[in-house]
Each structure stands twice: as C-alpha cells, then as structure tokens.
Design a protein around this ligand. Structure first.
Ligand code: HEC
Ligand code: HEC
Ligand code: HEC
Ligand code: HEC
Length: 465
C-alpha cells in the first residue's frame, strides 16, 4: 500500500505526452523481421497458427527501428519507443527483481518455498513463465512482465506485423491479444492485479509480505506509464472520442467488479475459508482507542454481529454510481443482490454455497449491465454529473471502508483529469489540491477515518458545482 497513492496521485496530475522527435520514417526498416510479402486474408491466417502459442521474449521488439527508439516518433500512430519506456519507466520490467529482493526472499521463507524466483506460484504474475515448448527462442525469466504477457505470443505475427498494409485484425488472427478492447484489456491486467483461479494472492501471502492488490484501469495505465497514444489525448487523430478516459474508467470498474465476484465464487469453493483478503482489511488491522474515541463503536455494527469482519465492497462503490447514471431501473436490483452478498459475507463463517451462488448470479447481472454502460456515450454533462454524484455520496462511500475510499479517490481524479482537459475548469488548481487531500487521508490505511475522508469529499464536491 505504501507505494500507491502518493505515486498515483502525483503522476496522474502531472501526466503529459512528450512531443515526438522529428525523424525519418523507417518502420519499413524493420526488414530484419519481415517474413513474407503476401497479404493473406484474416481467415486464412488462422490456419497458419502453430499448434501451441510461441513466445519470443521482449528482446525481439527492442530494435531501435521497431519499438526501441529512445524518444517517441511521430511518423505513424505507433510511438516506437515502447521498449525504452518499458525498460526504463515501467515497473513490469522489474517484476522478476521483486522476487529476488529482501521482501520476496523473506516471503518465500515464510511460505516454505525454496526461492521465490523459482516458484511457479510467484513467477505466474512476475515473469513470462511459459513452458519450454512454447518458447520460439531463448529468453530469460529475469526480464519480468514483458510485451507478450499483455500482447500475447508474438512468433506468428512478429514478422508480418511490420508490413505496410498489415492490420490489427490480422495480428489478432495470428494470436495477438486484443489489448485495444477495453474489456479484454482490463481482464488481462486483472489476471495479475486481482488474480483468478489459476494464480492468486491470498491473505496468507499478504501476511507473509505481499502488497495488497487493488486496481483502477485509468489510473494504473497512467502510472505504468502508458506507452501508447489514446483517443482524446492531445495530438491524437481528429475525430477520436475526447471522453475516452471516462469510458476506460467505467469499463475498468465493470470488469473488476465482475472478475472479483467470480474470484469470490471460486474461493468460496476452495481450500481456505473464510478468505480474509475478501474482507475489509482495516476492520481487523487498526489500533484500538478508548471507547470515547472509537468511531467504530459510535457507528455501531449495522447488519452484522458486533465484531464480525465485514465484506470489502470497494469494487462495487463506483460501479453503483455508473449504473445509477446509465440505467437507474437496474440500480435497485443490483443494490439488493449485492447487499444480500454483503450480508452473507459479513458473518463469522459465511455459508460457502450461498456465497458462491450469490456471487455467480451477481457476476452475470454485472456483465449484462456493463454492456449497457459501455454503449452509453460520455460527454461533459455526464462526466460532471458523475463527479458531483461520487463526491456527493461522501457518507456512504467513506463508510464502506478504506478500499472504497481509495476507489473513489482514483475515480474522482480520473474524471477530473478528463473533464479539465476538455472543459478547462476555472478552479482546477483548487480542485487538484482538494483531490490530493483525498489521497493524503489514505496514506496510512490503518488509521483511516471515515469522517475525515467524508469531509475531504465534501470539499471536492463544493468545487464541482
Ligand atoms: C496474482 C498475481 C501475483 C502473484 C501470484 C504474485 N504476485 Fe507479487 N505482485 C503482484 C502485483 C500485481 C504486484 C504489484 C502490486 C501493486 O503495486 O499494486 C506485486 C508485487 C509484489 C512485490 C512488491 C514489489 C515492489 O516493487 O514493491 C513483491 C515483493 C512480490 N510481489 C512478491 C511475490 C512473491 C514472493 C510471490 C509468490 C509467493 C508473488 N509475489 C506472487 C502480483 C502477484
Ligand atoms: C502490462 C501490459 C503491457 C506490457 C507489459 C506491454 N504492453 Fe504494449 N500495450 C498495452 C496496452 C494496454 C496498450 C494499449 C492498447 C493497444 O493499443 O493495444 C498497448 C499498446 C502498445 C502499442 C500500440 C499499439 C497500437 O496499435 O496503438 C505498441 C506498439 C506496444 N504496446 C508495444 C509493446 C512492446 C514492444 C512491449 C514490450 C517492450 C509492450 N508493449 C509491453 C499493454 C502492455
Ligand atoms: C503478468 C502479470 C501482470 C499483468 C498482465 C499486468 N501487470 Fe501490472 N504489475 C504486475 C506485477 C508483478 C507488478 C509489480 C512489479 C514490481 O513492483 O516489481 C505490477 C505493477 C504494476 C504497476 C506499478 C504499481 C505501483 O505500485 O507502482 C502498475 C501501474 C501496473 N502494474 C499497471 C498494469 C496495467 C494497467 C495492466 C494492464 C494493461 C497490468 N499492470 C498488467 C503484473 C502484471
Ligand atoms: C478477519 C481479520 C483479518 C482481516 C479481514 C485481514 N487480516 Fe491481515 N491478519 C490477520 C491476522 C490474525 C494476522 C496475523 C497477525 C499476527 O500473527 O500477529 C494478519 C496478518 C497480516 C499481516 C502481517 C502482519 C503485520 O503486521 O505485518 C499483514 C500485512 C496483513 N495481515 C494485511 C492484511 C490486508 C492487506 C488485509 C485485507 C486485504 C487483511 N490483512 C485482512 C487478520 C485479518
């Protein structure tokens, strides 16, 4: 948690895209990688796929004339400095090193693993750990989370994708992963930033030293930082959606709610139950006060037996607002389903079957609703309304715990950045300061105080009238 909010808030406020350096177009100069000249139809390409995916490692993309340019180029839509951005600025290139550091090694010792950097349980999210039979050439696990972790196995499209008339569709047919599709993009990020049935960070790993996992697509993409141009960014093609960031935020929220419900359903059927990382961390991990100073006792324990740890509902906090805006009829239904789930999960020993079936059903409803939210266009009015709505729900949001507060802070920041870029707010400096105030409240999560966070939200709300 320590890295997090300071980094996200400061990077986000400062984000900018450097001007591309003028230089001669030589994408075609990647002739080293050129395989065949003939342009095939998309369906014919499928037939060419090797029986198992073939990975080539990040070195194959690193040439200065391909994706290893030192500075961004401006002769086509691809920046061509993706490799340089990844190796210098992106923590993914250091993901393997995290396993060999002091915390990683101690975690391994606590968990009874020989070496973290040799444990499939860790490599699954910290490297391109594919079987030997899927390696088209030699590469090193120590290169961390690299291009093909996100873009898919490259051997089949590596050569052809540098051809002049090549299309994205053709790369997809040859096994490239569709990171342009926001739903698929979020699912890919969450496979590691939330985990799933195959790879997971649970409370046992957290207790051994792993950071808690949380995510918000737009903020995390900015912090990465992005090595691509986005519709709506200054300098992008005319006609692009200037509200793309808002779309990114809402898809990200929908997918993370859905995936977290599916993860909960699978954990409810798993070995360890209750799984503490599904609950509100700081209901257990806070320091005690005298009764007079306890906001928890002042609040009481609505809907649960005093002292039972509550479910962490943070992945619903913002989605609730999005549904209310896009399809208010469905809000009541979704609210009812999720309060039932919260009720089940906020008991000492939640009923596994009931939780699994409630979570599975709600994941389905969220899937239906997210399709509707995805097709609702965003504009300045809807973006401002969302900013007002989220910051206006100060008491509810802050009462849902520190993680919910963190989601609200990131969402408010993303919406503000998008709104200010398009509408040039008069009081943007004041608003920026007020939003930093939200992040400051989250710096020491064990002493999170909902009343203080709510007061900060009201300051933000007063500035978005
Ligand atoms: C489900 C995917 C997943 C698995 C499995 C996983 N990690 Fe991680 N790990 C992450 C992510 C994502 C982060 C970054 C979290 C963030 O900053 O939001 C991370 C961060 C870390 C960090 C902190 C790195 C830093 O720069 O501060 C350490 C140390 C670490 N992991 C060690 C391990 C070890 C050891 C294992 C195996 C026991 C392991 N991880 C398994 C996803 C995973
Ligand atoms: C953590 C995930 C991740 C990693 C690692 C990653 N990328 Fe990306 N990349 C993305 C996402 C998300 C996009 C934006 C969606 C898109 O344009 O496909 C993107 C976009 C791109 C684009 C622009 C594509 C386009 O058509 O606009 C290029 C080129 C690219 N990446 C190359 C690379 C290279 C080369 C590496 C390794 C050095 C790399 N990426 C590593 C996630 C990743
Ligand atoms: C294969 C697993 C994997 C995938 C896929 C993945 N990540 Fe990560 N990510 C990690 C790990 C592991 C770390 C921690 C690296 C470290 O700190 O050493 C990390 C770190 C990060 C960080 C730095 C967080 C911090 O605390 O500074 C950001 C931001 C991030 N990822 C964003 C994304 C986004 C956005 C996507 C999807 C486009 C994505 N990641 C996809 C595994 C993954
Ligand atoms: C139901 C109560 C409960 C919940 C909820 C819970 N934990 Fe724990 N946690 C514990 C207990 C008990 C220990 C073991 C403490 C000990 O041995 O002293 C522990 C240990 C830890 C430790 C290692 C001890 C330390 O002080 O460094 C960390 C870190 C931790 N938890 C983080 C979290 C995070 C993050 C979450 C939420 C994702 C969470 N916990 C949710 C009860 C809980």
């Amino acid at each position: 948690m320590n890295i997090s909010f300071g980094t996200i808030s400061s990077c986000r406020a400062k984000r900018h895209f450097p001007a591309a350096v003028l230089c001669v177009a030589i994408l075609a100069g990647c002739s080293l990688l050129r395989a065949q000249e003939n342009i095939l139809s998309v369906s014919a390409l499928h037939a060419q796929l090797p029986p198992s995916p073939q990975y080539t490692g990040p070195g194959s993309c690193a040439s200065a004339t391909c994706h290893g340019s030192v500075s961004p180029r401006n002769e086509n839509r691809v920046l061509q400095n993706e490799y340089s951005t990844w190796i210098v600025k992106d923590k993914h290139s250091k993901a393997y090193a995290a396993l060999t550091g002091a915390t990683g090694e101690r975690m391994a010792a606590i968990l009874g693993l020989k070496k973290a950097e040799a444990a499939p349980k860790c490599l699954a999210c910290h490297a391109l750990d594919v079987p030997a039979s899927e390696r088209a050439r030699t590469f090193d696990l120590s290169e961390g989370v690299s291009c093909e972790n996100c873009h898919g196995p490259a051997a089949a499209w590596l050569g052809p994708h540098t051809e002049r008339d090549w299309t994205h569709q053709k790369s997809l047919a040859l096994g490239m992963y569709d990171t342009r599709d926001l739903t698929k993009r979020t699912e890919k990020c969450l496979s590691c930033h939330l985990g799933n049935e195959e790879k997971s960070v649970d409370h046992e790993m957290i207790a051994a030293g792993h950071p808690d996992l949380y995510f918000e697509l737009d903020s995390f993409s900015a912090v990465m930082p992005r090595h691509w141009k986005e519709p709506g960014e200054p300098g992008e093609e005319p006609g692009a959606d200037p509200w793309y960031d808002v779309h990114e935020l809402s898809t990200g929220q929908a997918v993370q709610l859905q995936q977290s419900l599916l993860r909960l359903a699978s954990r409810a059927k798993g070995k360890v139950w209750p799984e503490y990382s599904e609950l509100q961390c700081y209901s257990c991990h806070h320091s005690l006060t005298t009764p007079e100073d306890s906001w928890r006792q002042a609040r009481g324990y609505p809907g649960r037996r005093p002292g039972d740890p509550p479910w962490n509902p943070s992945r619903y906090t913002i989605f609730h607002e999005l549904v209310a805006q896009a399809d208010s009829d469905q809000t009541a239904k979704l609210d009812a389903e999720l309060s039932q789930l919260a009720h089940l999960m906020s008991q000492l020993n939640p009923d596994r079957d009931a939780v699994a079936s409630a979570a599975t059903n709600s994941a389905r409803l969220v899937g239906d609703l997210s399709a509707r939210i995805g097709s609702t266009p965003n504009d300045s009015g809807s973006t401002l309304h969302l900013l007002q709505k989220i910051s206006g729900d100060a008491d509810t949001v802050s009462g849902q715990g520190e993680h919910a507060a963190a989601q609200a802070a990131m969402a408010i920041q993303s919406l503000f950045v998008a709104y200010d870029r398009n509408q040039k707010m008069q009081n943007s400096e004041q608003l920026r300061a007020a939003i930093s105030g939200l992040f400051r409240e989250l710096q020491n999560p064990s002493s999170y105080d909902p009343a203080r966070f709510a007061a900060r939200m009201r300051q933000v709300n007063a500035l978005v009238r």
